[in-house]
Design a protein around this ligand. Sequence first.
Ligand code: S3P
Length: 419
Amino acid sequence: MPFVGTFAPPGDKSVSHRLVLMSLLAEGEMLIKGLSDCEDVASSLGAFRALGGKAWLEGEGLKIKGLGGRWPHFESLEIDCRNSGTTMRLLAGILAGAPGHYVLDGDDQLRRRPMERVAKPLRLMGARVDCPGGRPPMAIDGGSLNGVEYSPADASAQVKGAILLAGLSAAGPTSVTEILPTRAHTENLINHFHGLVVVEGSRLTVSPGTLRLPAVFETPGDPSSAAYFLTAAAMLPGGRVTAKNVLLAPARTGFLKVLDRMGASVVTTMTSDSPEPVGDVTVTYAGPLKGTEVAADEIPSLIDEVPILALASALAQGLTVYRKVNELRVKETDRLMSVRHQLGALGARAWIEGDDLFVQGPTAFIIPDQLDSGRDHRLAMTLAIALLAAQAKAPILGAESIAVSYPNFEERLNLLWRD
Ligand code: S3P
C-alpha cells in the first residue's frame, strides 16, 4: 500500500509571505499566480490590508497594488498576526522604518515565540521596540533608521529578512552576517524587485531604496509541503511520487539530500532558474531506508522537515541523528519535544541529548487510542502519514492546524494513497 502519483504542491509559504509583505514597500501592480492559500499567508494579507493595501482576485491570480512605503499615518494600529511568526517578524522589519505606533500581536502559540531576536537589531537601527519578556505583543514606534552591521546569534531567515527589509528604509547600507546560510528569499526578491542586496559569502549588504513590483509573479510550489508525500514515497515499498513545479533552492531542499543518503531514489529536473530554481522532483522507494547523521550545518535547509524525516528515521534501519535542532524548540510548539513524544507514542525509540535528536529504527508502529499534534501543523501532517504507514486509524488531536500551511493536505493524501 504505497504512495503513488503526481501532484502540484501549493505555492511556497515563505515566498508568498514575502510577495505580500514586500508589496508594502514596492511601487506598481503585480499579478501573483499560485499564491499560497494557507492561513499563515492570509495573516500577511490581513496585515497588508490593515495598512491600507489593496489586493483582489483577477484572472488566474491575486492582483496586488504596492504601497511604495506610503500608508496612512496611524496614531496607533494593532495588527493580529494570528499564528504566523513570519508575518510578525518580517512586518516588524518593515514597520521599524515607518512613522507611527504599531502593536503586533498573535494567538496563544505565537505569544510564546521569541521576538527579542528581531527587536534587538531593529532597536540598534533606531526604532523603538517593546516586547515584554521578549515575546509578543510587540509595540513598534517606527521612524528614521540608521544602517547597521549585525550578526544574528541564530540561523533565522526571518531575522535576516526583518533586518534587510528595515535596511531598505535606513539612511545608509545595512549588513547581516549569517552563522549558517538560511533561505534566501528576502534578498532574492529584493533584487528581483529592483532593489540591491550584495552577497559576499555569509555577509549580505542591502542598500536603501524603493522596490518595484514585476507585472506577474509565478509562485513556485512549496517544498516543505511536498516533503510529506515525497518522504512517504521513500518510506513504503512501491512508493513513487512526483511533485511538479517545486522551489528547489538549496537552502530549502536539505530533506532531499537526506532521503537520498537514507537510500531513496531522488531525481530532480530543473524547469526554471529565476529568481530561484524551480523544477520537478520524483522520489521512489528503493529498499528499506537506513539511518544517517544530519549535521548541524544542514539543519537550516530542512528545519521544517525534521518531523517527517524523523518519522522516516523511525522506519529506517539503524540510528539517525539530527545535530543541533534547538531551533525546533521555538516553533509553533516545542517541536523537538512534540516529535519525541509522538514518535514515542507510536512505539519508536526517539530521544534528545542536549540539542541533538536521536531516532533508532526500525520500528513496528503501535497505534495508540489517539495521537496529539499539539495544534502543530507540521506534526499533524507527519502523524497522518504515520497512520497510513501503519495502516491504522486513530484520531489526531489538533489536526485542524494543518490549514496553517496546507489546507488541501487531506485531499492530496487521499489522491496519492493507493490501497
Ligand atoms: C521561515 C523561516 C524559518 C522556518 C519558517 C519559515 C521564513 O523560520 O522555520 O517556517 O519564511 O523565513 P526561522 O527564520 O525562525 O528559522
